[in-house]
Design a protein around this ligand. Sequence first.
Ligand code: BG6
Length: 514
Amino acid sequence: MRESKQPFVMVLFGATGDLAKRKLFPALYALVRDGLIHEQFAVVGVGRSEMDTADFRQMVQEAIRENSRLSIQEGQQWQNFINSIDYVAIDVTKSDTYGKLKTVVDGREKLMDGSSNRLFYLSLAPELFGTVATNLRLGGLTQNQGWKRLIIEKPFGKDLESAQALNEVISQSFKEEEVYRIDHYLGKEMVQNIEILRFTNMLFEPVWNNRYIDNVQITASETLGVEDRASYYEHSGALRDMVQNHMLQMLMMVCMEPPSKFETEAIRDEKVKVLRSLRRYGEDEVSQYVVRGQYSAGQMKNQPVLGYRDEPNVAPDSDTETFVAAKLFVNNFRWSGVPFFIRTGKRMPKKTTEIVIQFKEVPTLNNFHHGGNIGPNLLVININPSEGMTLYLNAKKPGTDDEVVTIAMDFCNNCEIEGGSPEAYERLINDAIHGDSTFFTRWDEVSLAWKFVDPIRRAWDKNLVPLHEYQAGTWGPKAVNYLLSEDNTQWWYVNEKEAFTLPAQMQDGVFSRR
Ligand code: BG6
């Protein structure tokens, strides 16, 4: 990560909210502790509730203590950090309240040799994004001398139409290059590592295509249920919450072509091309390629847990999906014919985000094929919570003539780093400070992602596809298996205890055919 050479003020909307406490303040502190933020910097927290600055600073300190990967080091650096934080309570829907905010921001900037660079961060309810962007302009906050940037949390709209309307409103106050739409998966170390892995290893790039890859599986499973987020989740469901953004972003990173230059727009252009090639399903095809599910009561770690419909603030007849699996196709020269299986769900047995690349089998006439009794090579990229990758290969069992065993070559990305590797939000805030939007979502990406997702949503809204039940604590509805069995494959599971142990099918040490 880079050291910031310019003073700036960050105006954080939603400063008393959950994301600010769990992720944003800890990320800012980590950047300060690592010496990556200019010493002339300030955070102006904006919230609804009246609170004095001392209480707010106290709240920030507790949030960092509870959630940071790094412990607080008392001393001058900490004092400077905590003293750089202010708080302003305003009604963000009323433009005439922004004068109060401007006074505090101006006051901070006067102490910074007159520099005026502003980073606005909207960690708010999505319906406020447009209003706040407009009110920042009407309140005179966007007419500063230096740079201005707007970081927006997801979701960006709820379908193509609403996303277009939101974009239109925002573009009246900020230029596209000033808008940083966050997809925090793009800030994850191992998601960023995919392009390095692919484009700096001659071992992988020549085989990274439909001639050698049988299928790709992308899983993002969570153990948590809806928690206290029903008011948001009831309208989003897993499709809008995870697929439209995080899952498609991972797909793009796996599928993109090498960019002509290692530059922001060149990289984003290649990602967008993947979405342009992504096969879109008509409403009548959705049942064939996409499965939706909702968790019912079950057990997590031997404790009973509620079904989704019994969760607080969820409608008793809710048909919101908490699980989605789909078979996708990227119809271009490199990927034509390769199925990409994606699945994401809440209340599953394990929290994991991983990408499995399954390579094709050796030719069947080959003696080494062992009558089909050996498994395929797999490259497993662990994104979260373990970070690293494992390459599964075949080798002769020592001491035997030709018994084939699985060997796993492991790499752990974060084992040696004190406190773990930087959090996604550290990377992304650091990038935004430097005006680097490579790992933020460009408008055409957002709109193409909605174009893919919208017909699926419509088919579900029209009830053209069943909503399957799955018990909390399981890997989703059984109905999902047909997506894979048609292609003569199955989900590769990573062992519960360790990220780098063998997939279940290989645990005996000898590959067995499925
Ligand atoms: C968020 C979703 O974007 O990502 C949440 O809104 C989900 O529902 C979360 O739990 C998962 O993120 P991570 O980093 O924990 O995999």
